[in-house]
Design a protein around this ligand. Structure first.
Ligand code: AMP
Ligand code: GLY
Length: 430
């Protein structure tokens, strides 16, 4: 069958790499297409130019190329209803429709759902004006957690240490800093604990856990500096014991899927739950309606299933056919190499040479890369490469990933040198 993958980041390169190994693509005429793709994805797929906001154009392309499955990588097309448009045209889609994608698209929607379903999460208030928000602040203590309701490219959350900072933050949010995403602001209780991510596939009824991960959001070593989309990740996350994982499935993910189904918004795709491991057990921080980036890269390294068949089963409501998603016991770890300037304005055009690293067998997923006029690989975005390796534990995977990083020639790039530190300390018994 022919498959179309939407997206252009490291997440999509990992998906393309894994999809390319699928039996669905094993026939002579079977093709994997990617829109728009990137130079790494181009090793596995035919990259095509397509405006994914133009749903009619995507539907037409699916007819032309006889696409049997569309895999939507990023959140924006999901929240924009690309899944609905494709399903209406009879195309199988991996990814939720617009209503269910509100789990990521609206913080307020998710908090209300948690309340209706009794899902453990921080207490909260939804506010629609600065006045309302300032009054609501009285009900909370520092640190104050302020969230723009809509999609804000990962920048919509402010943790304010003082009341004055919270008031300033609210004022910025309501003055249009995040456009329509900030028309409503959720204020919530601050939760203490360690954060961990859980991923599960669902077709709206069956739920299949597909791994755990931890990431590093801050730009600098030791988890300091501004937030980023993620500077590295590893899977599994041993801090989430099997017992805690079962508890999270039972108390958080299962009631989410059930409530959405019962309320006529069945969720089909991957559920990415950000959890806080608090003294009172796991609580939901947020949901995303897609795979994490770079968490997807480490999940795909460990997945011992045919990804194409798994995602198609999800799209066709046949996930119950899978008793489990088998994952390798090995740890996978990825280090993000970013362009100088990130997470501010990244320096574009810097030359990248991966030949030595790849000759050594390193798995380097491309995120923000491009080819220049001479066909040379150059940086074209903030996060540029995801250097990924496996090992018996975090320390081994870390050593292998950094050996590969050291073999990469990317003078205008940088990376954190401590991805996995928290777990590496625990492995040393510290
Ligand atoms: P979110 O976009 O909702 O994941 O928020 C971004 C980050 O802010 C999370 O990964 C947490 O580190 C932090 N955060 C969000 N909500 C809370 C909360 N209620 N308590 C503590 N930290 C939070
Ligand atoms: N790495 C965090 C995210 O994908 O949202």
């Amino acid at each position: 069958m022919n498959i179309l993958l939407i997206g252009s980041g490291g997440r999509e390169h990992a998906l393309a790499w894994k999809l390319a190994q699928s039996r669905l693509l094993a026939g002579g005429g079977d093709r994997l297409y990617a829109a728009p793709g990137n130079p790494g994805i181009a090793d596995h797929a035919e990259c095509i130019v397509l405006d994914v906001a133009d749903h009619e154009a995507v539907v037409q392309l699916c007819a032309e190329k006889r696409i049997g499955l569309v895999v939507i990588g990023p959140e924006a097309p999901l929240v924009d209803g690309l899944g609905d448009s494709l399903r209406a045209a009879g195309v199988a889609v991996f990814g939720p429709d617009r209503a269910a994608a509100q789990l990521e698209g609206s913080k307020g929607f998710t908090k209300d759902l948690c309340e209706r379903a009794g899902i453990p999460t921080a207490s909260y208030v939804r506010t629609r004006s600065l006045d309302e928000a300032l009054t609501a602040l009285d009900r909370f203590e520092a640190p104050f957690v302020l969230k723009a309701d809509g999609l804000a490219a990962g920048k919509g959350v402010v943790i304010a240490e003082t009341r004055a900072d919270a008031e300033a933050g609210l004022s910025d949010m309501f003055s249009g800093q995040f456009g329509s995403a900030g028309a409503e602001v959720v204020i919530e209780e601050f939760m203490r604990g360690e954060e961990v991510s859980v991923f599960a596939l669902t077709d709206g009824t069956a739920i299949l856990p597909i791994g755990t991960a931890q990431d590093h959001k801050r730009v600098g070593d030791g988890d300091v500096g501004p937030n980023t989309g993620g500077m590295g990740a590893y899977s599994p996350a041993p801090v989430l014991s099997e017992e805690l994982q079962n508890q999270a499935m039972r108390e958080i993910l299962a009631p989410t899927v059930q409530t959405l189904r019962e309320e006529g918004m069945p969720y089909s795709g991957v559920l990415y739950a950000g959890l806080m491991l608090t003294d009172q057990g796991p609580k939901l921080v947020e949901y995303n309606a897609r795979f994490g980036d770079p968490e997807c890269q480490v999940l795909m390294m460990r997945l011992d299933e045919d990804l194409g068949e798994l995602l198609l089963a999800c799209a066709e409501g046949r996930l119950e056919e899978y008793p489990e998603a088998r994952m390798q016991a090995q740890t996978a770890l990825t280090v993000v190499m970013a362009a100088d300037g990130y997470p501010g304005t990244p320096r574009k055009g810097g030359l990248i040479d991966l030949r030595e690293a790849e000759a050594q067998g390193a798995k380097v997923f491309h995120a923000g890369t491009a080819r220049d006029a001479d066909g040379q690989l150059v940086a074209s975005g903030g996060r540029v490469l995801n250097v990924t390796a496996s090992g018996a534990n975090v320390r081994e995977a870390q050593a292998a990933a950094y050996a590969a990083v050291d073999a990469i020639d990317f003078p205008s790039g940088f990376c954190r040198r401590d991805i996995g530190w928290r777990e590496a300390v625990r492995e040393r018994g510290g």
